[in-house]
Design a protein around this ligand. Structure first.
Ligand code: XBP
Ligand code: MG
Length: 251
């Protein structure tokens, strides 16, 4: 029986990566006097590593860019990432990043039906509340019983820690929940916590391996703007709603 929907944020609720996080990283790099620039395809490669601080460290270690002499690399990365978060929040405030089709509809439907809502993401907590406020209004973070985000768990996705943490905090079994994800890393994280997961793809993740997902769709669909189903069972009229999600859990 479906008790809760667990939303991933980046790529799932909104297309935040290409026009949000990537742009914010580049603004922070420029501000710090670095000659680094993450173009769209480069950023696609770097998305293999989740977490902004982890992504910067991976870039330094595997792409060997010019890095200033610093005493404490971890602290330097944290400072650079903090500047990136400030730029990202500003982009959200400017209303640059809309929710993906069907996200606001499904959230409204769940609230009406008393289905519990949570966020399970690798991104920084302020980024989640910033996106929700900018797109759904100032009180919308309160609609989510739990915002499980960022460094709250030691290992980020694809590790299952964030899902284990969420189930424990909400006192739920995995089979009472369904996760919405957009990437192979997200699917692995949910599946390794036994959480049933469906996927809505985006340009960066369309080629990912979604083995273990119950279904894969282009998006959540809206009445009159149906989603296409790429794997698994298709919802009626191409609209992923509560009845469809409940049906998936009862199979
Ligand atoms: C999201 C991420 C995050 C964002 C950047 O993955 O990997 O790192 O790209 O956010 P998922 P921060 O959608 O699987 O949660 O810079 O705040 O880490
Ligand atoms: Mg994601």
């Amino acid at each position: 029986m479906l008790q809760a929907i667990l939303f991933d944020v980046d790529g799932t609720m909104a297309d935040t990566e290409r026009d949000g996080h990537r742009v914010a990283f580049n603004l922070a790099f420029r501000e710090a006097g670095l000659d680094w620039h993450w173009d769209v395809p480069t950023y696609g490669d770097l998305l293999a590593v989740t977490g902004g601080k982890e992504r910067i460290r991976y870039f330094i270690e595997s792409w060997a860019p010019k890095v200033p002499e610093v005493e404490d690399l971890t602290a330097w990365i944290a400072g650079l990432h903090k500047a990136k978060t400030a730029h990202y929040l500003e982009l959200l405030r400017q209303g640059e990043i809309p929710l993906r089709p069907g996200v606001a509809r499904l959230i409204a439907e769940a609230r009406q039906a008393g289905v519990r809502l949570a966020i399970t993401t690798t991104t920084t907590p302020e980024n989640v509340t910033g996106l929700l406020r900018a797109t759904l209004g100032d009180d919308s973070p309160d609609w989510f019983e739990l915002i499980a985000a960022g460094d709250i768990v030691p290992a980020k996705k694809p590790a299952p820690d964030i899902y284990h943490y969420t189930l424990e905090q909400m006192n739920l079994s995995a089979n009472e929940t369904i996760a919405l994800e957009d990437s192979a890393n997200g699917v692995r994280s949910a599946r390794d916590a036994d959480v049933p997961v469906i996927v809505t793809v985006n340009d960066y993740t369309a080629g990912d391996d979604f083995d273990g997902a119950i279904a894969v769709h282009t998006d959540l669909g809206e009445p009159g703007e149906p989603a296409k189903t790429l794997a698994g069972s298709a919802p009626e009229h191409g609209v992923i709603d509560l009845d469809y999600l409940k049906g998936l859990l009862e199979r």
